[in-house]
Design a protein around this ligand. Structure first.
Ligand code: PEP
Ligand code: MG
Length: 584
């Protein structure tokens, strides 16, 4: 039966493919009693499935590329250990023998029991292993059903099948989403999430169509269902009628053609019709993403979200050497172009596994708690380690340090003190770095924008983080789909804060960029240009479509309509002014 679901569009384009469910719904299994003579046969079926999963994990491990994140290897080891654990294997076999449950029933029953144990465990690390056990059980169930597995998806030999898959999940953590960077899928659909949640941001960086906040998608869509994801409108069509499929296939080929045409812009200089030069920079999460940045023609990295290097580290944070190698790698891949490395920005929807209960996660409201620079300043040794690693990378190219979530003068001053201390430590150790490395601040808390002189006096550059600026101005959790309809980049309060920051920074001669998702939205390019923005930082996949808008823009002609947008407060007036801006 064909039906459609509606959610929040987060990554443009049309995907058509088979659903690959990563959801507890996969645990919905048949329940029946096995006749006594068939019990040993049932045990054999279980053994065969265990063996299949074992080979699947071995294949996964062999196929890991040399530059795959070390956590991917670690998760395969954990899954292998669970697969051989008596608590899972022996107890399941006992249930088959004593209660005569079929394998699937016995296995999910045992999972239930183990899950209850896990819920009672105080230790955060051990409690989190529940998800691993669940994933291993899902693998075994898939092997029993003969369905395609995650391992098959990453297996090069099955590349064609993988290319047709659309991932459907209740929710995907930013860390898990990161692991999809090593695989190729057609698209993503999740039940939860907001437009600028970090899961959505990573999905967008993959450059494939995605919709989040599609309520109940993972419960309503079944494994291998044919689905269409309309990433422009956040619509998911399940089991489409032939005529609908034909229409979307046509739209998909049109879009592919458009993307191909955009490639022609890659080598042309980025300037407006009136000749103003604009810098297009890239946002990256991992050093290897720098390749896509260069490929898309970025003139540097405007935001390296280093917290992604810290995720998936279960029991410790990355050491100085490991961090240094990662930062240096990004710098080298950028081949002399500037790389803006943001210090760790954890908290809210980017939790760290290694910190656990004693960190910010137990805070009553993590988005307003000890996150980003606040956490860094409360952990000076961790922060100094990161600062030394970043500074050391500056000996290999142009590095700039960017600090997230600053609001108070003393936070800026303490940060600058710690940077000086990190330099002193490197001097003592005789390690090279660029002494003139530039220090910048994210403007992503309304207080920072309003008290801008505090920043203009103290730092070398600014970068406006519109994702958080919107969240904190409007008091809307950016990851909560229940309030996603109120998350509005065009709210007059947000526009005023951005315009004010751009104007004042320009007046003070301090360079300023926008690195939030607004910078990569082609529908907002004219507005930002008209407000005076000349540095845009976005995911490489957005770069050419934004560039196209810039090439068509004429700044003097944008002045009046942008002033009208900023003078408007009533929603209809804002919309009318935006329509005029669109027609210029
Ligand atoms: C922002 O807040 O706009 C930003 C770029 O940082 P992040 O999305 O990582 O919070
Ligand atoms: Mg932010």
């Amino acid at each position: 039966m064909s039906f459609s679901l509606h959610g929040i569009p987060v990554s443009r384009g049309i995907a058509i493919g088979r659903a690959y469910l990563i959801a507890p719904a996969a645990l919905d299994v048949d329940h029946y009693l096995v006749e006594p003579p068939q019990i040993e046969g049932e045990i054999e079926r279980f053994r065969a499935a265990l063996k299949a999963v074992q080979s699947e994990l071995e294949r996964l491990s062999e196929d890991l590329s040399a530059d795959a994140p070390s956590e991917v290897g670690a998760f395969i080891n954990v899954h292998t250990m669970i697969l051989n654990d008596a608590m899972l294997v022996q107890e399941t076999m006992d249930l088959i023998r004593t209660r005569r449950y079929n394998v699937e029933w016995a296995l999910t029953e045992q999972l239930e029991r183990l899950s209850r144990h896990f819920d009672d465990i105080e230790d955060e690390y051990l409690r989190e292993r529940k998800a691993d056990v669940q994933q291993v059980v899902e693998r075994i169930l898939k092997a029993l059903a003969g369905a395609s597995s995650a391992a098959a998806l990453v297996d090069g030999a099955n590349g064609d099948a993988r290319d047709e898959m659309i991932v459907v999940a209740h929710d995907i953590s930013p860390a898990d989403m990161l692991q999809f960077k090593t695989q190729t899928f057609q698209g993503f659909v999740t039940d939860l999430g907001g437009r600028t949640s970090h899961t959505a941001i990573v999905a967008r960086s993959l450059g494939i169509p995605a919709a989040v906040g599609v309520a109940h998608a993972s419960a309503l869509i079944r494994q291998d269902d044919l689905i269409i994801v309309d990433g422009d409108h956040g619509i998911v069509i399940v089991d489409p009628a032939p005529i609908v499929l034909e229409e979307y296939s046509y739209r998909q080929s049109e879009k592919l053609l458009e993307q191909k045409k955009l490639q022609r812009l890659k080598f042309s200089p980025t300037q407006t019709l009136c000749g103003t030069k604009i810098s297009l920079l890239a946002n990256i999460e991992l050093p290897e993403d720098a390749r896509a940045a260069v490929e898309a023609g970025a003139v540097g990295v405007g935001l390296f979200r280093t917290e992604f290097l810290f995720m998936n580290h279960k029991d410790r944070l990355p050491e100085e050497e490991e961090q240094f190698e990662a930062y240096k790698r990004a710098v080298e891949l950028m081949g002399g172009l500037p790389v803006t490395i943001r210090t760790i920005d954890v908290g809210a929807d980017k939790p760290l596994d290694a910190i656990g209960a004693e960190g910010y996660e137990s805070a009553p409201n993590p988005a307003l708690g000890l996150r980003a620079i606040r956490w860094s300043l409360s952990e000076p040794q961790m922060f100094l380690t990161q600062l030394r690693a970043i500074l050391r990378a500056s000996a290999f190219g142009q590095v700039r340090i960017l600090v997230p979530m600053l609001a108070h003068a003393q936070e800026i001053d303490q940060t600058l003190d710690l940077i000086r201390e990190a330099k002193r430590q490197l001097d003592d150790a005789g390690l090279p770095y660029d002494p003139g490395v530039r220090i910048g601040a994210m403007i992503e808390i309304p207080a920072a924008a309003i008290a801008l002189p505090l920043f203009l006096k103290r730092v070398d550059f600014l970068s406006i983080g519109t994702n958080d600026l919107i969240q904190y101005t409007l008091a809307i959790d950016r990851a909560d789909n229940a309030v996603a309809h109120l998350y509005d980049p065009l709210h007059p309060a947000v526009l005023h804060l951005i315009a004010f920051t751009l104007r004042e920074a320009k007046r003070a001669g301090v360079s300023v960029s926008v690195c939030g998702e607004m910078a990569g939205d082609p529908q907002l390019t004219r507005l930002l240009l008209g407000m005076g923005l000349t540095e845009f930082s976005m995911h490489p996949s957005q770069l050419l479509v934004v560039k196209q808008e810039i090439l068509r823009a004429n700044l003097p002609m944008l002045e009046k309509p942008v002033a009208d947008v900023l003078a408007a407060f009533e929603p209809e007036e804002v919309q009318a002014a935006l329509r005029c801006l669109g027609q210029v």
